[in-house]
Design a binder for this molecule. Structure first.
Ligand code: ZN
Ligand code: ZN
Length: 126
């Protein structure tokens, strides 16, 4: 085989390998995202009820209000903009949910600060 023949063959092989790798990558990537999305959609957050639609337990992504002492939303209600005045914590896995959240706005008055301290660390004040 002459040089041109070898070059042509190398070109065909390279194209075949590139196509194969692209297909494989797309398949694996799609599978990965579909699996991940399905896992997230079926994740149950036991003990948490949506304060808007009463879904019990919250399934999918659990949104926890970072200001209210006890306010939780499911992903559908969060998407609709329910309780949009407060920043929400996005909890994907139940084990990542904090037992207690303390959010302190920077513009609190002195009386509010004291109330906040009491709420944040009740045992320290007792
Ligand atoms: Zn809901
Ligand atoms: Zn809130």
């Amino acid at each position: 085989m002459n040089d041109k023949g070898i070059n042509d063959m190398a070109k065909v092989v390279r194209e075949e390998i590139t196509d194969y790798c692209e297909d494989q990558f797309k398949t694996l990537f799609t599978e990965y995202w579909e699996t991940r999305a399905a896992q997230q959609a079926s994740t149950e957050h036991a003990g948490f009820i949506c304060d808007s639609c009463n879904a019990d337990p919250i399934t999918g992504i659990h949104y926890k209000c970072s200001v209210c002492a006890d306010y939780d939303l499911c992903q559908e209600c969060e998407r609709k903009g329910v309780h949009a005045d407060h920043p929400m914590l996005k909890v994907r896995k139940p084990e990542q949910c904090p037992a207690r959240l303390v959010c302190q706005y920077g513009n609190l008055q002195e009386a509010e600060k004291a109330a906040f301290a009491q709420m944040a660390m009740p045992q320290a004040q007792a």
